[in-house]
Each structure stands twice: as C-alpha cells, then as structure tokens.
Design a protein around this ligand. Structure first.
Ligand code: HEM
Length: 392
C-alpha cells in the first residue's frame, strides 16, 4: 500500500489483491463512495453536479438492465450508420474531453486555489463543457419531444428505447426530483466516455497480440470455423457462447493490457483501518488494476500473452467476488456497469474481424507493446496491419 499526500486528502494506492478484496467486497460499503471534491473529474461538470451513473440505486439498476439488453447491442450498431455525421460530431467533442482529462485533473486539487492560479485552464474547462452541452442538449430535447409526441399519440409507433429515455424518466430518490439538462449531459457523456474508449482500446490491444502471435490467430480462426462451418457471412451472438478459446483470448487481453491501470477514484465514508493503516474519512483510495493482474504469485509468466491459461477453468470469475485475480472492470459495488456489454462487444468484434480477414504485421514491422497514457492506457505505436479477406 502506498500513501500520497496531494491536495486536501491523502490518496492511498492498494496493490495487494487480498487487501483489495477486503476493501471492495468485505467492507464494500465503506470503500465505494466517489470523492466529492473532483469538479473536473465529474466529466467536466462546470456546475459541480456531483452525480454519476451509479450514485443512485435506481439509476444504477436501470442503467445496468438497459445496458446488458437493449442499448448499444451489436445488432443496433449496424443500424446507426445513417447517423454518421451526428456520431462524428459527438465523437470529436468527446475526444477533446478525453484528451483534456489529464490536463484538467490538476484543477481537482484545491479548486479554490487553482481557480486563481490556473484561471486560464478553468476557462478552457468551462469552454469544453459548453461545447459538450451544445452537442448533446439538442439531442436530449429532440428525444424529449419525441417522447411527448408519442404520449400524445402524435409520434410514430417505430420506437426504440434509448439511454436518454431512461434519464428523462428517472426520479432521484433522495431529492425527489427529475434530472435537469446539465445532469443529463453529464450522465450521457459519462456513458459515452466510459463505454467507448475503454472497449476500443482493449480491442486494439487484443488485435495487436493476434497479429504479433499468428499461431493464436490461427487457433482462434479454427475454433470459429469449427462452430459455424464454412458458409456463414457473419458470426452471431449465439455462436459466441460456443467459443471458449475466443473468451480466453479476450480475458487474456484484459489481464495483460487492462485499458484502465487504476479504477475511478473511490473514497472512504468513515475513518477505517486497512492493512494496518488508518484511512481517514473522505480519504481517496485507488487500486493498482494492472499490477494486480500481473502478480507472479497468481499468474505464471505474467507478462506473456497466453490465452490457454483461461482454458479448462470453470467459468472465470471476472467480478472478483470470491477472490481477486485480476480486476479490469473494478470489483464490488462500483464495478463497471457496462461489463457484460463490453465483453459481448469484444467477443463479437474480435470474432468477426478474424473470421472475415487475415491479419498480418506490415513487412519488417515489429508489433511494439509499449504503452502510452491517454484517457486509457493505449498502444504507444498504434496498430498497423495488412488485412486480407479470407477465402473460407
Ligand atoms: C473493456 C471495456 C471496459 C473496461 C475495461 C471498463 C472498466 C471500468 C472501470 C475499471 C471502472 C471503474 C470501476 C471503479 O471505480 O471501481 C468503470 C466504470 C464505469 N464504466 Fe466501464 N469499462 C468498460 C466498458 C464500459 C462500457 C461498455 C460502459 C457503458 C456503455 C461502461 C460504463 C461505465 C460507467 C458508467 C462507469 C462508472 C460507474 C460509477 O461511477 O460507479 N464501461 N469501467
């Protein structure tokens, strides 16, 4: 355990997996709050609404239920192509938010002081927040109008549930009120940031390893062929359940290259002792996700990419509820609510990318696994590969 004193509260970093289990599972309710003093981290919420998708029980349940079923399901994504321009605009502003994250992080420490010393940076943060609102509020309003029209029977019957619909319906249980537009922007933005960059980063790392180790790619291709035969165009969701090696490749990718090397900061709700250290109320605590997944006491040759290590195990408990061996999605009450969706996306995209194309390193190119810290931990040299359609 390492303690750092920066800003108003100590920050504690836990790299021992049994201490992590003790904190997140055994004493989860004490260790699962979000720090209240992170204005810039609340996805650039200039109004300092301290609200996050899972701050409220009902929001959390609604969010989890909708995520794992309807919203962002691969079959839906295909029908989004008509909205390309809109998607590009939202993508561009979110990229600016993501790249600004590290730059604005410093504003979280002693906001009252940084508001004077780093005034320009605060102005840039407010400007970015405005761009985010300009991009999302028209869509939220359009969705509200569509809902009102539907309720008054003026709208079309062709209705599909969207995440924003769940936000429009939500009533906060403590304050007993609906969300305002700024809060909806924060939540929609959190949803987009947390759910896109993480998955695309994991996908790139996994594909890089499949290019670097062609024998793993071949074994995966043969597994897919064994399940679907020769004549299908596309791997469907039902097929994925019959592919244990595919699941092992995804798990090994998340163990070896977790997109987040830490979780989102937690804080403790009262004075508490962990591993002999007193952690004062409101002290920030984080968990060394990557180091926990590379622990040589648990994983043989932990830096190697070996999907076989997940074969033969009963279904691997990625939630860490019994024992933490790796925690790419966090563990306990604050575990990533998009976990099931992220695994589905990764399995679906990797299976189809390998089924349709053969991936090879560019001539004379070594695939470098060097890392770079952006919002997530990305490849320092982004993956470049030759892809050729397979004649199945
Ligand atoms: C490979 C993909 C993903 C990885 C590795 C990942 C990882 C994580 C981690 C480590 C956390 C922090 C947990 C903690 O603080 O203890 C988190 C939180 C979160 N994730 Fe994910 N995530 C992924 C995909 C997704 C997807 C697809 C969505 C939604 C569409 C999503 C939505 C969220 C949200 C909203 C939170 C914040 C929850 C809260 O504040 O309590 N994530 N994720």
């Amino acid at each position: 355990m390492v303690t750092l004193h920066v800003g108003p509260f100590p920050s504690i970093f836990v790299f021992d997996r049994s201490l992590a289990h003790q904190a997140l599972i055994q004493n989860g309710s004490l260790f699962s709050d979000r720090p209240k003093s992170l204005p810039a981290n609340m996805i650039m919420d200039s109004n300092q609404h301290n609200i996050s998708a899972s701050s409220y029980g009902p929001t959390w349940r609604l969010f989890r239920r909708n995520l794992t079923s309807e919203i962002l399901h691969p079959s839906r994504i295909k029908s989004y192509s008509h909205a390309r321009k809109w998607i590009e605009e939202i993508g561009a502003v979110h990229r600016r938010v993501l790249y600004g994250f590290a730059r604005f992080d410093v504003l979280n420490f002693w906001p009252r002081v940084t508001k004077i010393l780093l005034r320009k940076r605060w102005d840039q943060l407010f400007q970015l927040r405005k761009e985010l609102e300009d991009a999302l509020i028209p869509l939220i309003r359009a969705r509200k109008k569509a809902k009102d029209d539907r309720l008054s029977n003026k709208g079309s019957d062709d209705y599909e549930l969207a995440y924003v619909d769940t936000l429009l319906d939500l009533e906060l249980p403590v304050e007993k009120r609906k969300l305002d537009e700024a809060e909806m922007v924060t939540l929609a933005s959190e949803f987009l940031n947390a759910g896109t960059d993480t998955t695309s980063t994991a996908l790139q790392w996994i594909m890089a390893n499949l290019v670097k180790y062609p024998y793993i790619q071949d074994r995966l291709f043969l597994e897919i062929k064994g399940v679907v035969g020769d004549n299908v165009e596309e791997i469907e969701e039902e097929d994925l359940q019959k592919m244990p090696y595919l699941k092992a490749v995804i798990l090994e990718g998340l163990r070896r290259h977790p997109p987040a090397h830490f979780v989102v900061p937690h804080c403790v709700t009262e004075d508490t002792v962990l591993g002999g250290y007193l952690i004062p109320k409101n002290g920030m605590i984080n968990f060394m996700v990557a180091d926990i997944g590379w622990d040589p006491k648990v994983w043989e040759d932990p830096r190697a990419f070996k999907p076989e290590r997940f074969i033969g195990e009963e279904v691997f408990d990625i939630t860490g509820s019994r024992e933490i061996k790796m925690m790419p999605f966090g563990v306990g009450r604050r575990i990533c609510p998009g976990l099931a969706l992220a695994l589905l996306h990764l399995e679906y995209f990797v299976a189809n990318l390998i089924w349709k194309y053969e991936w090879k390193a560019m001539d004379g190119d070594e695939i470098s696994l060097e890392e770079k810290h952006e919002f997530t931990i990305v490849m320092k040299t982004p993956l470049m590969a030759h892809i050729s359609p397979r004649k199945s």
